[in-house]
Design a protein around this ligand. Structure first.
Ligand SMILES: NC(=O)c1ccc[n+]([C@@H]2O[C@H](COP(=O)([O-])OP(=O)(O)OC[C@H]3O[C@@H](n4cnc5c(N)ncnc54)[C@H](OP(=O)(O)O)[C@@H]3O)[C@@H](O)[C@H]2O)c1
Length: 149
């Protein structure tokens, strides 16, 4: 029986490439993204299901995870959605900082939380989470670096 991977932020980059790679290897892929209605390449692949998911939308996380679980067992969750916020740290606005934490940190936690009961029940399941070697330190570090140049 084919295994299933659930991917966040599959509209581009690593998320999209992962969706296509797993589909090619006969996995069932649930590719989630903010606007699945705009996706064309993944929509053409038979074993890829598109679902809407903005990981900052708490209600949508619950709804989309429930829909995904309604399709069958999930074996792997790839927490990929996220983005870098570059620039001098002192220039970052409250909204920019809040949105990045809601996306890169809280989004990962909330998606993971929704899947944990399913994995515990199955006594199996894998989370893969993209992070960064720069992490949050990148912002203050860069600002100090530029300020001392
Ligand atoms: N590429 C790198 O060098 C690098 C380095 C360190 C970490 N990372 C991390 O690796 C992951 C993938 O990066 P990438 O290089 O493939 O970048 P990418 O092409 O920009 O892909 C990021 C994906 O995350 C999605 N996303 C952003 N905010 C979201 C939200 N609130 N809800 C759902 N999806 C959201 C984007 O969707 P939209 O396009 O619809 O906004 C996009 O599909 C990200 O988490 C990134 O921070 C990348």
């Amino acid at each position: 029986m084919s295994k299933t991977i659930f991917i966040t932020g599959a509209s581009s980059g690593l998320g999209k490439a992962t969706a296509l790679l797993f589909a090619k290897h006969n996995w069932n892929v649930i590719a989630t993204m903010i606007k699945p209605e705009n996706e064309t390449a993944l929509a053409e692949v038979a074993n890829i299901t598109l679902l809407p998911l903005d990981v900052t939308n708490v209600a949508q996380i619950e709804g989309t995870v429930n829909k995904a679980l309604g399709l069958g067992k999930i074996d792997v969750v790839f927490n990929n959605a996220g983005y870098g916020l570059a620039g001098p740290f002192e220039g970052a606005t409250d909204d920019q900082l809040t949105n990045q934490l809601n996306t890169n940190l809280l989004g990962v936690m909330l998606v993971t939380q929704q899947f944990l009961p399913h994995f515990r029940e199955n006594k199996a399941g894998t989370f893969i989470t993209t992070t960064s070697i720069g992490g949050l330190i990148t912002l203050p570090f860069n600002s100090v670096y530029h300020a001392t140049k």
